[in-house]
Design a binder for this molecule. Structure first.
Ligand SMILES: NC(=O)C1=CN([C@@H]2O[C@H](COP(=O)(O)OP(=O)(O)OC[C@H]3O[C@@H](n4cnc5c(N)ncnc54)[C@H](O)[C@@H]3O)[C@@H](O)[C@H]2O)C=CC1
Ligand SMILES: O=C(O)C1=N[C@H](C(=O)O)C[C@H](O)C1
Length: 238
């Protein structure tokens, strides 16, 4: 496939490596300082775009792809407040895009494990639940997109929790997400249930960015045969 990289930082460079290993070609590597190069790019030269840029950039990058009828895989997090508008723009203009807070297969299994455990714990009022996410010091957003997805899955199944906060909290309705920034942390997420008697904790730890990049690349191979706003659940079918 002919791939356009929107964002050529830590993730873009990892995706390039894996894409070339899978005999794909990279038609352009766009960063903040050469975004003007998009103007000279022929849409016919691109089969799919992959956006791992930054929160302030993703919505406009997606709209550019929609306008040029290029399906786009979006890994960039931190722009959830714009998602409804971007979804509608994609639908209104016949585009195709998929955004996921985390493309690693392991984390998507962890998403399911989180919901399963939350269902079991909903009736266990002696436990207090909290979350922690650990990432590298260059990360722009907090809490992580993955942590927000985990929080949403947990709150679907634990009736007492109605909002998440990115700080410690003793309010029963608030789910606390603590964000820690330390290098080189590619991404660690944990959910912990504590009672006077015992504690239950589940954790996913990424050892590198390879799982995120491979997941995004596999979605990029699948997306061009799809239409509209797609989800990781559409791709994984589990
Ligand atoms: N969904 C997932 O599985 C994962 C998501 N991410 C997310 O991906 C994003 C990027 O992460 P990293 O690669 O670590 O960041 P990074 O900071 O290493 O790279 C981002 C790149 O985007 C470029 N950029 C900024 N504005 C741009 C624009 N308007 N158009 C094109 N490029 C632009 C920057 O020049 C930079 O090189 C973050 O939002 C992060 O949360 C990261 C890993 C996995
Ligand atoms: O910025 C990162 O590095 C990561 N961001 C994503 C997120 O915000 O969840 C995914 C992964 O945790 C790495």
């Amino acid at each position: 496939m002919k791939i356009l990289l929107l964002g050529y930082g830590k993730m873009g460079q990892m995706i390039e490596k894996l894409a070339l290993d899978r005999n794909h070609s990279i038609v352009a590597k766009i960063n903040v300082d050469n975004r003007a190069d998009l103007g000279s790019l022929s849409a016919d030269a691109v089969d799919v775009a992959i956006d791992f840029s930054q929160p302030s950039a993703a919505p406009d990058n997606i709209k550019w792809c929609v306008n040029h009828q290029i399906p786009v895989v979006v890994g960039t997090t931190g722009w959830a407040s714009h998602k409804a508008e971007v979804d509608q723009y994609c639908i209104d203009n016949g585009g195709t895009y998929l955004v996921a807070s985390n493309f690693s297969i392991g984390v998507n299994i962890f998403f399911k494990l989180n919901k399963f455990l939350a269902k079991l714990m909903n009736s266990q009022s002696d436990y207090e639940v909290s979350m922690k996410e650990i990432h590298h010091t260059h990360k722009l957003d907090a809490p992580s997109g993955t942590a927000i997805t985990l929080a949403e899955g947990l709150m679907e199944n634990i009736q007492t929790k109605t909002k998440w906060v990115n700080q410690a909290s003793d309010k029963p309705e608030e789910l606390s997400i603590i964000s820690e920034r330390v290098d080189p942390a590619p991404g660690t997420h944990s959910i912990q249930y504590d009672s006077r008697i015992d504690s239950i904790k589940i954790t996913h730890t990424a050892h590198s960015r390879e799982g995120f990049a491979m997941g995004a690349l596999l979605v990029a191979e699948w997306l061009p045969n799809q239409k509209g706003v797609k989800t990781m659940e559409d791709f994984l079918q589990f």
